[in-house]
Design a protein around this ligand. Structure first.
Ligand SMILES: [Ca+2]
Ligand SMILES: [Ca+2]
Ligand SMILES: [Ca+2]
Length: 246
């Protein structure tokens, strides 16, 4: 009876040693780091007709330890902010990377941009958030769980800020707690500050956070002998535990 009851403990011990080994390996060959972005709201609004897109700017510092590989934007809107249904959550009009800093929303469309975004589902990976009732089949500006850039036009701050179905255009909605990851066409280094601009349609209190994912050159792969030592240690501990408790 005693032996039977001790078996699950032994299994647990061996699996926790395996977990330890995996985390050691991944920390020795870390390939990514994340940096949170802090956004500042620019003066005024921009957009299509009606134009009511708020523009948010974050500074990406010069990065010497790796390359910027992707940018992740997450909805953190209060569940009462903005309109419900298919426009629930942060309404992204556009995203832009530029070396130019501007303070007025009206200037964001004219500054030069870095051509690094791929707005197809290959480079723009959406995790749709939830809709507040009445829910539609899809969030606005999305099709089949992906951003539909023919509707969202993420390269232009051009959204018509309305929920009128005959006029609504130029953005997509993230849904509550939705997120979108932009995988850059080629990872970049920055020797000087770079600016990221986001447009939020409606300027109606919906919020998002952002982070950049920096890829790092992988350090040398751990020596096979050190991995072997870890597995041997695991076997030894498991056997010892079984003897002691078996
Ligand atoms: Ca919204
Ligand atoms: Ca747009
Ligand atoms: Ca909005």
């Amino acid at each position: 009876m005693k032996q039977l009851s001790s078996l699950p403990s032994v299994k647990f011990l061996t699996s926790s040693i395996a977990t330890l080994a995996i985390s050691l390996i991944s920390s020795q060959s870390a390939t990514a780091a994340t940096i949170a972005l802090g956004f500042t709201k620019l003066t005024g609004v921009t957009g299509g007709s009606p134009a009511n897109t708020a523009v948010l700017r974050a500074e990406i510092p010069a990065i010497s330890f790796g390359k910027i590989a992707s940018i992740v934007i997450k909805d953190i809107s209060d569940s009462n902010a903005g309109s419900p249904g298919n426009v629930t959550g942060f309404d992204l009009d556009a995203i832009k990377l530029s070396y130019n800093a501007v303070d007025n929303a009206a200037d964001v469309n004219t500054i030069s941009a870095l051509d690094l975004f791929d707005f197809s589902p290959t480079g723009t990976v959406l995790t749709p958030g939830s809709q507040r009732p009445p829910a539609s089949s899809a969030l606005f500006g999305t099709t089949g769980g992906n951003v539909n850039n023919a509707v969202a036009t993420l390269g232009n701050f051009d959204a018509n800020s309305t929920t009128d179905p005959t006029k609504i255009f130029g953005f997509f909605s993230l849904g509550n707690n939705g997120q979108v990851a932009f995988k850059l066409k080629s990872p970049i280094t920055t020797n000087s500050p770079l600016y990221i601009y986001l447009g939020e349609v409606g300027d109606n209190g919906e919020l998002a956070t952002g982070e950049i994912i920096v890829s790092q050159p992988a350090p040398p792969v751990p020596e096979p002998s050190s991995l072997a030592v870890l597995s041997l240690a695991g076997i030894y501990l498991a056997v010892r535990y079984r003897r002691k408790n078996g």
